[in-house]
Structures are given as structure tokens and as C-alpha cells.
Design a protein around this ligand. Structure first.
Ligand SMILES: Nc1ccn([C@@H]2O[C@H](COP(=O)(O)OP(=O)(O)OP(=O)(O)O)[C@@H](O)[C@H]2O)c(=O)n1
Ligand SMILES: C[C@](O)(CO)[C@H](O)COP(=O)(O)O
Length: 385
């Protein structure tokens, strides 16, 4: 089998409403078409790119240095099937099979391409698709907006994707015989009597069609390798002094001593706050709220935590999770931990499941063991959005 990819990229992308044709717009750092060509190149012997005559400059500006197979460019036509026909004319000598792919499907994965190629070993044609899983309705436009007019049976219905693979001679003959427009090459092939195998598509193999598709493609192409995840740790200690309660992670707990500090001495909340600043590499709580400044005397620590959370948001991060461990012999933390998690989650705008507050004793060792104070450590993850 000698495979050539035909990438149709001569459309005008009117629905995407971009300045340049959508296939030349940048997503995740490079033009859509460059992503598409990079995705297909490792699995084919050559690529024919069908481009619009007006796009010659845009096409020449693509960086094809990562593509190690011949790339042949030809002018397209006014319709997609016309462009495919132009591509079929240009495939290099020796090609036995073609993969016809939309230039605008830049998130196609090697696994999808592999499945099509494997199926071509035992079928004259194969294409990826996904069964329709949502209910299907018919509708019409009334003056109050669209109205459901009926329910459509979805059994046996598939959403078609590309690359669509064919024996070269068979698809050439099908296109040569075609006199009507077609949605895709599978339609052309079937109308000419070709049997087409369906292989599993991928929900992420989207075609950039509308403006909002660029953001989705950006996320898919940026991928986990580029995920911006930051980890921060915090550590704090407050000593005991006279008093009848402590405040830990925003919860008031009766106790025969109080924690001392410039603010309300909530050692748990301070530690989490510091972990957020740490993840951002933006100093610590003392730098943002100096103890020398009288306005913070007796302040509620939630002021500090809210500041850190807002700073993270301003820097483009959301909090993934928080894990906070209080180290003390007394008071017992267990009975209060759900209340503490609930309060911390509320202040940070998180779900309860994202916030852990736990405790340990230090086996009566050291200053915490001698009940001279409470220590706390915390870890926070921040996720770039
Ligand atoms: N005359 C055409 C029309 C479409 N295509 C290509 O076929 C693929 C799928 O078509 P579609 O998403 O409909 O692209 P456009 O025609 O560019 O979009 P629109 O209909 O919004 O103008 C795209 O990669 C597009 O460039 C093509 O090569 N030649
Ligand atoms: C070929 C195709 O991508 C299959 O899903 C699709 O039919 C072409 O795109 P269009 O938006 O229907 O023009």
C-alpha cells in the first residue's frame, strides 16, 4: 500500500468569520493547516495540499520543516468535491490509496488515522465516524424561536469525520462519474457502489467551522505536555497564650488557650494562603500584609486568603486542590474538620472535594508535643486556564 494524503484547504471559511481563511489562522502557536499536515505526515508517503489560488502567499509562509514527506500544492475549486478532484489529479506516481482529509480538522490523532489505514487493508474504502448519542429532534423557526416538531430515530446514525480513505482507482472513478454536489467523499464513493467501512472516530477530531471552535482546538492542541500546573507549599506556626478559644481554618473552637498573633492567628488559613502565594512565586503573607502595619491587627484571616485567591485568578490560574495538615496535640481537629473544609471551600469558591483539612499529633515531641503552639503545613495546586 502506498498512501498519499489529500488535504483539502481551498475553502473560504465564511462561517468561522476570521480575517484570514480559517486554515491559516493560528491556534496553539501555529496555523491550523500546519497542525493538520504535521498530524498526517508520519503516516503517509506524500501529501497533496489543495489550496485556494488567492492563498499562495499564506501557504508559502507555512513552516513545513517538520514534514519529512513531499508536499505538493495545487489549486482548488469552488466546491469541496471540486477541490478533492484537483487533489486526485495531483497524487504522485505509485500511490495506491489516498486519505482525503479536511485541512480544518487539525486535531486529528494518529490513532484515528491508523484505524482508517488498517481498515483499508481489507476494504476498498474506510472512514471514521461516531454514533449519534444525543436524541434527535426536528424543529422549525417560529416567531418565538425554534420549536420542536418531532423526534427522529437516531439508531444507526453516525457523525462523519475525515480522513476518509480509498483505493485510488476506485475513488477516482467515483469522482469522475459524479455530476451532483456531495457532502463528502464517502457519499461520492457509495453512490458509485463502493462499500465503505466505518471505523471509530474521535470526539476531539473536530472540524474548525465556527468562531468558538478555535478555543476548543487550542485546548486540544496545547495538550497535557503544555499544561500549566503549579504547586505551592506553606508552613506556619503560632504559639499558645491565654484565652478560651482558637480559630482554625475559619472555625472557632473552644479551648483553654488561644493562639497568639498579629491577626486572628488562624494558623491553618495563613498556611493555605502562603501556599497559594508560593505557587504563584509572589512572596508570602507577611509581604502582602506586613505585621508592622497596624491596620492588620486582629484582622480576620479570610482577608488574606481572599487576596491570594484573587491574585491567582488575576494571574490566570484556578485552584485545583488544597491539602492542609494541622500539627497539634489539642484541640482535637477531627470533630471540626468538615466544618473547616466547608468554610475554606466557601472562601475559595471551591467544592468540598477539593479541600482537605486533616491533623496529626507530633507524638508529644517538640514544641507542638509540649502544647506550646500549633504548626501547619499545606499544599495547593494551581491550574493555568
Ligand atoms: N471549495 C472548497 C470548499 C472547502 N474546502 C475544504 O474542505 C474542508 C471542509 O470544508 P468547510 O469546513 O465547509 O470549509 P469552508 O468551505 O472553508 O467553510 P465555510 O463553509 O464556512 O465557508 C475545509 O478544510 C475547506 O478548506 C476546499 O478545499 N474547497
Ligand atoms: C467532510 C466533512 O468534514 C465530514 O464531516 C463535512 O461533510 C464537510 O464539512 P461541511 O461543514 O459539511 O462543509
Amino acid at each position: 500500500m502506498q498512501l498519499t494524503a489529500i488535504v483539502v484547504a481551498a475553502g473560504r471559511g465564511t462561517r468561522a468569520r476570521t480575517q484570514k481563511p480559517k486554515q491559516y489562522e493560528h491556534v496553539a502557536g501555529r496555523p491550523v493547516l500546519e497542525w493538520t499536515l504535521r498530524a498526517l505526515a508520519p503516516q503517509v508517503a506524500a501529501i497533496v495540499v489543495v489550496r485556494h489560488p488567492d492563498d499562495a502567499r499564506l501557504f508559502e509562509a507555512l513552516d513545513l520543516s517538520a514534514i519529512h514527506v513531499p508536499v505538493i500544492d495545487v489549486n482548488g475549486a469552488d466546491s469541496r468535491d471540486g477541490s478533492v478532484r484537483a487533489g486526485l489529479e495531483a497524487v504522485p506516481e505509485g500511490t495506491t490509496h489516498v486519505l482525503i482529509h479536511d485541512g480544518a480538522r487539525c486535531c486529528v490523532t494518529p490513532a484515528v488515522v491508523d484505524r482508517v489505514i488498517k481498515a483499508l487493508h481489507s476494504n476498498p474504502a474506510a472512514a471514521p465516524a461516531l454514533p449519534v448519542t444525543d436524541a434527535l429532534w426536528t424543529g422549525d423557526d417560529s416567531t418565538e424561536g425554534p420549536r420542536v416538531t418531532g423526534i427522529q430515530d437516531r439508531s444507526g446514525l453516525y457523525r462523519a469525520q475525515t480522513p476518509q480513505g480509498f483505493e485510488l482507482t476506485a475513488i477516482r472513478a467515483a469522482h469522475a462519474a459524479r455530476t451532483r454536489p456531495a457532502a463528502d467523499d464517502v457519499e461520492v464513493a457509495r453512490d458509485h457502489g463502493l462499500d465503505v467501512a466505518i471505523v471509530e472516530g474521535d470526539d476531539n477530531n473536530i472540524k474548525i467551522t465556527h468562531p468558538e471552535d478555535f478555543a476548543r482546538a487550542h485546548h486540544l492542541l496545547k495538550g497535557p505536555a503544555h499544561m500549566d500546573i503549579r504547586l505551592g507549599n506553606g508552613y506556619d506556626v503560632h504559639r499558645f497564650g491565654p484565652g478560651d478559644h482558637v480559630i482554625l481554618c475559619g472555625v472557632k473552637i473552644p479551648h483553654d488557650r488561644a493562639l497568639q498573633g498579629h491577626s486572628d492567628a488562624d494558623v491553618g488559613m495563613h498556611t493555605v494562603t502562603d501556599a497559594i502565594y508560593g505557587a504563584l512565586a509572589e512572596g508570602d503573607i507577611g509581604q502582602h500584609f506586613p505585621p508592622s502595619d497596624p491596620q492588620w491587627k486582629g484582622a480576620a484571616s479570610e482577608i488574606f486568603l481572599r487576596h491570594a485567591v484573587e491574585l491567582a485568578r488575576d494571574r490566570g490560574y484556578r485552584i485545583g486542590n488544597v491539602d492542609c495538615t494541622l500539627v497539634c496535640e489539642m484541640p482535637k481537629i477531627g470533630p471540626h474538620s468538615v466544618a473547616m473544609r466547608t468554610e475554606m471551600a466557601r472562601l475559595m469558591g471551591l467544592e468540598l472535594g477539593q479541600v482537605s483539612v486533616k491533623a496529626t499529633t507530633s507524638e508529644e515531641l517538640g514544641f507542638t508535643g509540649r502544647k506550646e503552639g500549633i504548626a501547619c503545613i499545606a499544599t495547593v495546586t494551581l491550574i493555568g486556564q
